[in-house]
Design a protein around this ligand. Structure first.
Ligand code: PEP
Length: 259
């Protein structure tokens, strides 16, 4: 199985989101083996996009949630509200929220807890900045994020969690790490998950890659068995790019099937 998460960020409004959702369904039509596709429109478009993808193979994801169920939290959206809209997945800990909105590991832990309590599937992002990479601290950074976020978190099923390794310096920059680096980091992430979520088999938790994925580089990541899928930002709002990424995914899945 391969998973593609489309993070539309704040790039599209309601009408464009609906058109993109329809385009995504079309791009999946006629495939022998389907990847798992999760589209994450902005909050304002969730309801309309749900009408398009309900009863389809595409899952609806949100880009964020708040850590309380309800109350005086102006402007926030809870996990319970998301499930009312048909949302099944939520992105948590994206580096853009860490950077521009000051999200800390503690806030992210509370969000993960809230998402799980509402039966949402969590897509948790981790990754180092350019300066951390330069000083060779990438592993330590990712370890700290995982340890802080999952301290005390109870996970009932490995299927409820995906980790997206997203080096911050690769997001939206056109720069990508070597596939071998991603593989090594994925292995490291699984070793940390074994420690922080001892009740889970870390090999079963999906670990994705994200950062400047496009049609022309998706295959090189997807063909690796240990990379369970991709989190795609900018390219996911360009239908031709998204289609190329889905083509690459199908190619890998078809090849794996015929082995
Ligand atoms: C992201 O939004 O997490 C992301 C990886 O963005 P991009 O694909 O544009 O680098």
């Amino acid at each position: 199985m391969k998973t593609i998460i489309a993070n539309w960020k704040m790039n599209v409004g309601v009408r464009e989101s609906v058109a993109l959702a329809r385009g995504t369904l079309l791009a999946l039509r006629g495939r022998r083996i389907l990847p798992e596709v999760v589209i994450c429109p902005p909050f304002i478009a969730l309801s309309e996009v749900h009408k398009v993808v309900a009863r389809s193979v595409v899952f609806l994801g949100a880009q964020n949630l708040f850590w309380e169920d309800h109350g005086a939290y102006t402007g926030e959206i809870s996990g319970r509200m998301l499930t009312e809209l048909g949302v099944s997945h939520v992105i948590v800990g994206h580096s853009e929220r860490r950077e521009y909105l000051g999200e800390t590991d503690e806030m992210i832990r509370n969000k993960v807890t809230q998402a799980l309590a509402n039966q949402l599937n969590v897509i948790m992002c981790v990754g180092e900045t350019a300066s951390e990479r330069k000083s060779g601290e990438q592993r330590e950074r990712v370890r700290t994020q995982l340890v802080h976020v999952f301290a005390g978190v109870r996970l009932k099923s490995h299927e409820r969690l995906m980790i997206a390794y997203e080096p911050v310096w690769a997001i939206g920059t056109g720069e990508i790490p070597e596939v071998a680096e991603v593989l090594a980091m994925n292995e490291y992430i699984r070793s940390i998950l074994t420690d922080v979520l001892p009740e889970m088999d870390a090999n079963k938790i999906r670990v994705l890659y994200g950062g400047s994925v496009e049609g022309n580089n998706a295959y090189s990541f997807l063909r690796e068995q240990k990379i369970d899928g991709l989190l795609v930002g900018g390219a996911s709002v360009k239908l031709n790019q998204l289609k190329e990424i889905i083509d690459a995914t199908s190619e890998v899945l078809d090849a794996q099937k015929s082995l």
